[in-house]
Design a protein around this ligand. Structure first.
Ligand code: CDP
Ligand code: CDP
Length: 220
């Protein structure tokens, strides 16, 4: 029989590719639960910044992450997480496998416990967190376009940054995140690739909804 409950949708992709807005809208449209997994890394990163943790001190970061585990389900202020310093620090602490390990169970439980369905977006959802996800997306866009989007986003929040600085930060972060992104191209991971460079957010949503519909209603 066709699976209709607890459908898991994994959305991965690089920074500012549009995966977060897609994940959020897809979840709202389908009535599924939504988890922005990047915010988990960002929350730990912000704690490191606030506590003045030396990023070369792995043990201190791991201890902080382990202590943070019990706070994972708590409310947090998303706007405090959205600047590039937090994003860049998040990508550094995300390199530490013991930090990633702290977050695995929370993410898997989130997917498992969703009643109707769950949409999770991040970097390793389709490969590590939910390798058995029902539907996998890899959302991408050119580096130039992603830097342009991030720059516009920062400006709208009143944060001053030059386009070249945003582009440089993006390239640096891409390089750090690259190893995990490559895993999505492995032949054993069936994945729907959406290049959003020349697409509006609503075109991206429509494309994804059609793919979801062909899974949930294969006969329609
Ligand atoms: O929205 P954006 O792609 O800029 O960043 P994010 O999704 O909030 O993630 C911030 C950083 O956390 C990324 O650059 C990754 O290094 C890391 N991350 C990860 O390693 N695994 C995830 N599932 C999500 C984020
Ligand atoms: O989550 P991720 O960092 O991949 O990207 P996002 O937060 O969904 O999107 C980054 C920015 O690009 C947002 O301001 C979106 O509105 C914008 N965007 C866009 O201009 N065109 C798209 N097709 C998707 C997103």
């Amino acid at each position: 029989m066709k699976k209709i409950d607890n459908i898991v949708i994994a959305i991965d992709g690089p920074a500012a590719s549009g995966k977060g807005s897609l994940a959020k809208k897809l979840a709202a449209q389908l009535g599924y639960d939504f988890l922005d997994t990047g915010s988990l890394y960002r929350r730990i990163a912000l704690k490191c910044i606030e506590n003045g943790v030396d990023l070369a001190n792995k043990e201190e970061i791991i201890t902080l992450a382990r202590n943070f585990e019990e706070e994972l389900g708590n409310y947090y202020d998303d706007s405090a997480l959205r600047n590039d310093n937090v994003g860049s620090t998040a990508s550094k602490i995300a390199q530490i496998l013991d930090v990633r390990a702290v977050l695995v169970e929370f993410q898997r439980n989130f997917a498992k416990n969703a009643e109707k369905g769950a949409v999770l977006d991040g970097r390793d959802i389709g490969t590590i967190i939910c390798p058995d996800a029902d539907i996998k997306f890899f959302v991408t866009a050119s580096t130039q376009e992603r830097a342009k989007r991030r720059h516009k986003e920062l400006q709208s929040r009143g944060i001053n940054a030059t386009t070249s600085a945003v582009l440089a930060e993006m390239q640096e972060r891409d390089a750090r995140d690259a190893i995990r992104l490559n895993e999505h191209l492995a032949p054993n991971h069936e994945v729907n690739i959406i290049d959003t460079s020349d697409m509006t957010p609503s075109e991206v949503l429509d494309t994804a909804l059609k793919i979801v519909a062909s899974f949930t209603n294969p006969d329609s």
